[in-house]
Write a protein that binds this ligand. Structure first.
Ligand SMILES: Cc1cc2nc3c(=O)[nH]c(=O)nc-3n(C[C@H](O)[C@H](O)[C@H](O)COP(=O)(O)OP(=O)(O)OC[C@H]3O[C@@H](n4cnc5c(N)ncnc54)[C@H](O)[C@@H]3O)c2cc1C
Length: 410
């Protein structure tokens, strides 16, 4: 698989996947055929481009609905909405993210104190547990920066219930290595597997299921012996209160009448999905992969992030005929704006999680001065109010949301 972090490569991958996005996806998507060439064509593998904002969910859904009926593409559409749902859910319950950060830091400190735990953690992350399937995925994740959805579920389940390691350490391991490492999808999926998202309902990996859905791998089905198949779901003593933040209205040409800088970031690295109503006078790129974790970010994830920003900046500068620059961590952004004689910033929504943690404090003063115009995708604005509890609340609104956003003529 060619993971070139450009919008052109994302569009090319989308085009080649489109014929399979209908019933074929619904029937085949759970099979993990491994990373061998072409093996993963049953799934889109678009997540790194979607996460980086090189592609937008709306354009992916539009393209799919041009080739398939809503019925035939139902499953694929629902999966894209899972991403939007998780984003909206975390926005409304930000304490899930802060308590994850605190739990992760406690768990990392416990590794320092406990040699046995440290050994078990090393075996898990280096693929030396003796559970074949788990070890293969651990190495695949580190080497490629991608894991199939089913493998992520099995891996997280074995991590939590068989190896009995702290789920927050597992979520941190994923976040450091996945090219698509997303605070919402990752944290909430780990919680879902653990039984914390849908309270009392956890996901237990089974060897027969793993063998069945990995049978197409180049080296044959993966084995997984000794799994805890009767473990109880996890519980937590805290509730996470819900509050939908004020969502910014659609941005008009009048909002961007003054010269402004477009700020691209790790989850919005390309201007095209943003559909700006005016041309910026400057494009600024802020990439902060180190904000994912206090640990080391894996090289595929680092390379994808850096490449996405580089290509995003180059293409925005060419499209708008304006200069572009990188905003390095620690530098005051005000100086960059003053140098270019620009007052205002157009800021793609900073999603709850590591992207917001890294940038929001540095933009707070500009926000306070009223110099920031926030851009939010219409699909997110329309979906998030429904992301209050379970996915079902979003699922039953999908047709209405697609219609509201003019996607697929729906
Ligand atoms: C423990 C765990 C951790 C995960 N961590 C992440 C993460 O950090 N970043 C991330 O983008 N996804 C995460 N996922 C969700 C999912 O596994 C990936 O989005 C998917 O595997 C990406 O491959 P794909 O692009 O081929 O997906 P496809 O099956 O082709 O789906 C199309 C798109 O829909 C979205 N999507 C699909 N399944 C899900 C899902 N279950 N939840 C949310 N969005 C989904 C993705 O954006 C994906 O690109 C995680 C899942 C689990 C179980």
């Amino acid at each position: 698989m060619d993971w070139n972090p450009t919008r052109a490569r994302g569009l090319e991958r989308l085009a080649s996947f489109l014929p399979l996005a209908g019933r074929s996806y619904a029937e085949q998507r759970n099979h993990d055929h491994g990373p061998a060439r072409g093996g993963r064509d049953n799934v889109s593998q678009l997540s790194p481009w979607l996460h980086a904002g090189l592609l937008g969910e709306a354009e992916v859904l539009c393209a799919v609905l041009e080739q398939h009926s809503p019925r035939a593409a139902e499953k694929f559409i629902a999966e894209v909405f899972w991403r939007i749902y998780f984003k909206g859910y975390l926005e409304q319950r930000p304490s899930i993210w802060t308590s994850y950060l605190a739990g992760r830091d406690d768990a990392l400190a416990a590794l320092e104190r406990n040699a046995g735990l440290c050994t078990a953690y090393g075996e898990a992350t280096e693929g030396r547990t003796g559970i074949e399937a788990f070890d293969v995925w651990a190495r695949e994740l580190v080497e490629t920066g991608y894991l199939h959805n089913h493998a992520r579920m099995w891996f997280a389940s074995i991590w939590i219930f068989t190896l009995k390691l702290d789920w927050q350490l597992g979520a941190d391991f994923f976040l450091r290595h996945l090219m698509d490492g997303d605070a919402a999808s990752n944290t909430l999926s780990w919680r879902w597997v653990a039984g914390l998202h849908t309270k009392g309902k956890h996901y237990l990996a089974r060897p027969d299921n793993i063998a069945r859905f990995t049978a197409g791998r180049a080296d044959g089905p993966l084995t997984a012996e000794g799994l805890a198949e009767n473990a109880a779901p996890m519980t937590e003593p805290v509730e996470h209160p819900r509050r939908l933040p004020d969502l910014p209205p659609p941005v008009t040409t009048a909002d961007l009448a003054q010269p402004f800088a477009l700020l691209l970031h790790d989850e919005a690295a390309h201007h095209a999905p943003l559909i700006l109503p005016a041309r910026p006078a400057l494009v600024i790129g802020a990439t902060r992969p180190e904000a994912r974790s206090p640990g080391v970010t894996g090289s595929p994830a680092r390379a994808f992030t850096a490449g996405a920003m580089e290509s995003g900046l180059t293409e925005a500068a060419a499209a708008f005929g304006c200069p572009s620059m990188q905003w390095r961590a620690g530098e005051p952004i005000e100086a960059l704006l003053a140098e270019a004689d620009v007052e205002r910033v157009a800021l793609p929504w900073l999603p709850a999680g590591w992207t917001r943690d890294a940038l929001a404090p540095r933009l707070a003063e500009l926000q306070r001065q009223g110099r920031v115009t926030t851009l939010l995708a219409p699909l997110h604005r329309a979906t998030w109010p429904h992301a209050k509890a379970g996915f079902f609340g979003v699922a039953k609104q999908i047709d209405a949301v697609l219609g509201e956003c003019g996607i697929g003529g729906g």
